[in-house]
Write a protein that binds this ligand. Structure first.
Ligand code: ZN
Length: 394
């Protein structure tokens, strides 16, 4: 087995903490840094990676290790138009929470609204096939307890109850200390372990940071990057469905809507200063790419979708991507933890590592030259070419 950062003592800190008092663990973080002094680090960021901030912090950042866990779509049950809630919402995440809590920061896409009451804005002609998602506001606490720190609210269900619904969702998340981004102008900023972090969530849907507007996106990412040490860019883009596993290197459409040119968008995001780009939206996993030393996950698929979202075959593959980077955002290593959604119990660890194998296969198909290796258990390493390559890909 390849050693990895997630076996370090520091990485279990979060499982003992809630987000609210995680910062009190500075002492532990310091001990970790001492323990990790002497770790092999990646070269300083190349000039092509534009837009990093304070030189003081950047100077020490290359010796620091920081980990991020990321998953795709989360919809833990809806009470609209009828009650499709689980008896115990936390039980849906209990099997995967230990992995979600391994990282310093845990990210997911909240595909719906966290709200009590409100009025649906999406009309359903057939109530038996009505995909309007509203979970109770208390589910924000469920997400926090499972380990989530920051979430995307830029997706095709974020406004199922209008902007009022997204307001309610933001308030519910604020109440438990989960950061969020989605609505135009809503950007997550926070400080942790001496680093300035930020997350911007994009989507090709109205009212959210617009992934179809490449110039506007570049300018936004560049500006946020200049104020942060590690910047996560999330996008909910690409076509949907079991056959949507490949990236087409072109604009994608679904239901007559433009859903973004995901490769052009993600590479632009890295060029503008993103340190990790996390895609979701297709409901199935897609390839990874290491581009200019930054990791791009083109889709993490579904993660925990309790009702109304197909979980058969590749739609039920529920990876948790764990990424270790240095304090400058350079990719060091990672791991795809494979899970499968099983109804009604939620995502369960998959000893067959199906998610990892699928993502490896897709990475070899779509980005054969990208300098990454992914092993049978999902461990991700930069390949030897990475030290000299900026990530040449098709
Ligand atoms: Zn969606």
């Amino acid at each position: 087995m390849i050693s990895n950062a997630f076996s370090s003592p520091h990485c279990f800190v979060k499982s003992l903490s809630s987000h609210a008092w995680g910062r009190a663990l500075l002492l532990c973080a310091t001990l970790f840094q001492i323990a990790c002094s002497g770790v092999t680090t990646q070269p300083e960021r190349s000039e092509e990676g534009a837009g990093q901030g304070s030189t003081d912090i950047v100077a020490s950042g290359s010796a620091q290790r920081f980990s991020i866990a990321a998953v795709g779509d989360i919809m833990l049950g809806t009470d609209y138009p009828s009650d499709r809630l689980a008896e115990d919402s936390y039980a849906l995440l209990a099997s995967v929470a230990p992995v979600l809590q391994l990282a310093d920061v845990t990210f997911g896409n909240v595909e719906g609204v966290l709200m009590d009451g409100g009025e649906a804005r999406k009309r359903c002609t057939n109530t038996s096939r009505c995909y309007v998602f509203r979970s109770p506001a208390s589910y924000a606490e469920t997400l926090s307890r499972a380990g989530f720190d920051v979430v995307s609210l830029a997706n095709n269900h974020a406004r199922d109850f209008g902007e009022e619904g997204r307001d309610a969702t933001m308030q519910a998340l604020d109440g438990v200390g989960i950061y969020h981004s989605g609505r135009t102008g809503d950007i997550a900023y926070w400080e942790q372990d001496g680093l300035r972090l930020a997350m911007i969530a994009f989507a090709p849907f109205g009212g959210s940071h617009d992934m179809l507007d490449m110039d506007g996106g570049r300018e936004l990412i560049n500006g946020v990057s200049s104020k942060s040490d590690i910047l996560i860019v999330s996008f909910h883009g690409g076509a949907e469905g079991a056959d949507a596993t490949r990236v087409p290197f072109a604009m994608e459409t679904f239901h007559g809507e433009q859903r973004g040119d995901v490769v052009a968008f993600a590479r632009m995001a890295v060029e503008a200063g993103a340190d990790l780009v996390v895609g979701h939206g297709p409901h199935v996993p897609r390839a990874l790419e290491l581009y200019r030393g930054r990791l791009i996950a083109y889709s993490l698929g579904n993660f925990a979708t309790h009702w109304g979202i197909n979980v058969r075959e590749n739609n039920g593959v529920a990876p948790i991507l764990l990424v270790t980077m240095n304090g400058d955002g350079d990719f060091i290593e990672g791991r795809i933890h494979s899970n499968r959604q099983q109804r009604p119990v939620g995502p369960q660890p998959d000893p067959q590592h199906q998610a990892a194998r699928l993502i490896r296969e897709l990475t070899l198909l779509d980005f054969p030259a990208t300098p990454l290796t992914i092993d049978d258990e999902g461990y991700i390493k930069p390949s030897p070419a990475a030290s000299t390559s900026l990530g040449a890909s098709p």
